[in-house]
Design a protein around this ligand. Structure first.
Ligand code: AMP
Length: 396
């Protein structure tokens, strides 16, 4: 069965084509388009290219297209991308504007291009459905809760891949059995297993998630993807009292506040240099204090969340770094892991310094907790969940 995973940005379309069967997935090809203005013609080009390259004999050979949708109003899980999914994305368009509208439009365009092919949405929030209620609730009035304000959590597909892959690397029970039922039924942790993973997805946007036996127990991102750690140019966590105060003192409108907190904050806001840690690191080396502060704020926030989940999990078997920054920024990994020997995290500094963009264990031999680098593979999780949804439909 061939499944296409489409990653939709506001001006980009990236894709991966997988061949799937009971034994697993094989990546057949991947590609993408940047600076997309006309989505309909870009989708046409993409489908044309897949056929011309021989990866698809014809469009009928495509069993499904999967989407890593972000946040749905009153909807999560892995579901067919029908009108209810589009309504759920549009219902929360203010909360995740950079993601929800491109996905709602992209799904509509794919639907016109492929009217007979099942489209499947895996929500980024799905991984957190079974986190304890206390970790998903804010201390707000009931009316606020009633309109859906709570901690949802994001990067679910990425953290789920980390949960499964780290269990494999540690030679532990297969938590994919838990994850397998996670999106459709309910979590069923393997008996007697206790695998505690803290997953740090550090990239253009970042989050830290605590995971027990394949099930998320909490995460740093909350109601929207602009919370938790400082993001590249989004604010991360901020005291709610700061907003009315800044509006009054700086004479800002709500629109201006939103713009500043989503486009001019995070690493860019603190450093004043760039939203990319590579440029910020360069500036810090040349003595730019704001740049150094941005890196310190990021490391401090990552450590804050690692500490929170270490306590919630009662320890940690694997601390994992993934995504662009996590896979490549050796200095940040060192800063995050410094002085944690007492808690059982001990980095092998040489192994850390030489591992970039590849999978590996960077903990010292004697470290109680393994410290792993695992390249992100969110698309694979989307493809697997699509496959499972189609298979469960076929069985019913
Ligand atoms: P992602 O969202 O996973 O694609 O990560 C993108 C981010 O990863 C970029 O904004 C960079 O800040 C960071 N990144 C990518 N390559 C490197 C590298 N070689 N060293 C440090 N950071 C990197």
């Amino acid at each position: 069965m061939k499944i296409l995973v489409a990653n939709i940005g506001s001006t980009s379309l990236k894709y991966r084509l997988y061949s799937m069967n009971e034994d697993g997935a094989e990546l057949l090809c991947s590609g993408g388009y940047e600076r997309v203005e006309d989505y309909a013609s870009t989708i046409e080009s993409c489908l044309q290219a897949l056929q011309e390259s021989g990866h698809l004999k014809n469009l009928e050979e495509l069993s499904a297209v999967g989407f890593k949708t972000v946040l749905g109003k009153d909807l999560s899980g892995c579901v067919f991308a029908d009108d209810a999914v589009i309504a759920a994305l549009e219902g929360f368009k203010e909360v995740a504007p950079a993601h929800n509208i491109p996905y709602a439009n992209g799904i509509k365009q794919f639907r016109s291009a492929l009217p007979n092919t099942p489209l499947v949405a895996l929500f980024e929030t799905a991984f957190y459905q079974f986190a304890p209620e206390a970790s998903r609730s804010y201390a707000i009035p009931e009316e606020w809760q009633a309109i859906g304000i709570r901690r949802y959590g994001f990067h679910g597909a990425s953290h789920k891949f980390i949960a499964e892959r780290s269990a494999q690397l540690l030679g532990r029970e297969d938590v994919s059995k838990v994850a397998q039922s996670l999106y459709q039924k309910g979590p069923q942790p393997p008996e007697g297993a206790d695998l505690r993973v803290i997953s740090c997805h550090l990239g253009g946007s970042s989050s830290v998630t605590g995971i027990r036996n394949g099930v998320a127990i909490g995460t740093s991102m909350g109601f929207s993807p602009q919370s938790g750690l400082p993001q590249n140019n989004r604010v991360g966590d901020l005291d709610s009292a700061a907003i009315p105060y800044a509006m009054k003192k700086l004479g800002l409108s709500l629109e201006e506040v939103e713009k500043q907190l989503t486009k001019q904050s995070g690493l860019l806001g603190v450093s004043g240099v760039s939203n990319d840690v590579r440029d910020i690191g360069q500036a810090a080396k040349q003595g730019n204090k704001r740049a150094q502060l941005a890196l310190d704020v990021l490391a401090h926030s990552i450590r804050h969340w690692i500490g929170a989940f270490y306590l919630e999990l009662g320890g940690c078997d694997a601390l994992v770094f993934t995504a662009g920054i996590g896979e490549n920024d050796t200095a940040l990994r060192e800063a995050v892991c410094s002085n944690l020997d007492g808690l059982g995290f001990e980095l092998d500094l040489e192994a850390n310094a030489s591992l970039r963009g590849k999978e590996g264990d960077i903990a010292s031999k004697g470290s109680k907790t393994r410290v792993l680098v695992i390249p992100a593979n969110e698309e694979l999780v989307v493809a697997r969940e699509c496959y499972r949804l189609l298979q469960s439909g076929a069985k019913d």
